[in-house]
Write a protein that binds this ligand. Structure first.
Ligand code: AMP
Ligand code: MG
Length: 319
């Protein structure tokens, strides 16, 4: 059920049930982060592996501090510049957070979402919300209330409507546990923007090593549509007839050989933020065309192009 009543959502959450909530990144499947039984329902509904920890959300750093979760001094400049926003900080855990939230790790991931409805809801609640993306594990993340309703509507009490997500990619995750800030996930805030504020190079080793225990749950195959998605058409040895059976996701320009109505362009003006906002809806739309395969074009490897390419690679057959 899609609802607009924030206080109805608040009530459900206070009873230890799940509500999908809007954020600027993607819709989240939210539950009381202090309530282990409520959190267990998130894992169950998403069919999420238990080793994959959750991000917890609240509306201010002061509230996190009050719950014993502190940002180190080295993270403050980033928080000041970009929080609320699409950035998640991994820091030492507090005893108030049940082990199920952090998958048994002694660190916790925190974020302040930049969405007016999410911020108001969080400010009304006496607890933070754990909220992974509101999709079945391994599927495409939802960027509208309708996306969530279509996949999880029958399993959750309500989807709080907040319109289309403005950023459209999950948050960038940075660990502040070691000496150098470590990038654990590419996301809606670019590396360039982060490094400029920190005035240093991030440690990006965790991205290369998929088995890295510091970034659990970064599965190589994710965001997967039902239709096989390929990044490189050349390897498929296509003939002319095949093009009629293909869907295409491109950055700025259409593919010369594919039927116009089977093509989805992320940003005609070549804007990375616009492309990011449209990405997950484009994958859903291409999938819904029911073609034999989807070809997707990688973006230039800079700015949000890096995070978009990361999602496209995980959505592809090769992972
Ligand atoms: P999702 O909620 O689907 O966006 O996934 C959240 C991601 O955050 C997980 O897959 C982890 O990679 C990362 N994460 C959450 N908590 C931690 C943590 N304590 N340490 C490292 N990474 C974390
Ligand atoms: Mg997810």
């Amino acid at each position: 059920m899609i609802i607009n009543d924030l206080f109805f959502a608040k009530n459900i959450l206070e009873q230890g049930e799940l509500v999908a909530i809007p954020t600027e990144t993607v819709y989240g499947l939210a539950a009381n982060a202090f309530d282990a039984a409520a959190i267990a329902k998130i894992y169950q509904v998403k069919n999420r592996p238990q080793f994959n920890p959750l991000i917890i959300h609240s509306n201010s750093l002061e509230r996190f501090s009050h719950w014993g979760i502190h940002l180190p001094e080295s993270a403050m400049a980033l928080a000041k510049a970009f929080s609320p926003g699409p950035i998640t900080f991994v820091v030492p855990k507090s005893a108030l957070i049940p082990d199920i939230v952090t998958a048994g790790q002694n660190t916790v991931a925190i974020r302040i979402p930049n969405h007016p409805i999410a911020l108001q809801l969080l400010s009304e609640l006496a607890f933070p919300l754990a909220a992974p993306s509101a999709n079945l594990s391994g599927m495409v993340s939802p960027t509208s209330a309708e996306d969530v309703e279509a996949q999880l509507g029958s399993q959750i009490a309500a989807v709080l409507n907040g319109g289309k997500c403005g950023v459209g990619l999950e948050s960038t995750i940075i660990s502040f546990v070691g000496d150098t800030p470590k990038l654990l996930r590419l996301g809606g805030l670019s590396i360039e923007a982060i490094e400029q504020v920190l005035n240093l190079k991030l440690d990006t080793n965790a991205l290369i090593n998929n088995e890295n225990p510091e970034a659990p749950g970064m599965l190589s195959r994710h965001y997967a549509p039902h239709t096989p998605l390929y990044l490189d058409a050349a390897e498929l040895h296509l003939n002319e007839a095949d093009y009629a059976e293909m869907a295409f996701i491109g950055f700025q320009k259409k593919h010369p050989k594919i039927i116009g109505s089977n093509q989805i362009i992320l940003s005609e003006r070549g804007n990375y933020a616009e492309a990011a906002q449209n990405l997950f809806a484009a994958i859903r739309q291409a999938d819904a065309l029911g073609k034999k395969l989807i070809i997707a074009e990688l973006l230039p490897p800079e700015n949000l192009g890096l995070a978009i390419n990361d999602r496209l690679k995980r959505a592809s057959v090769k992972g």
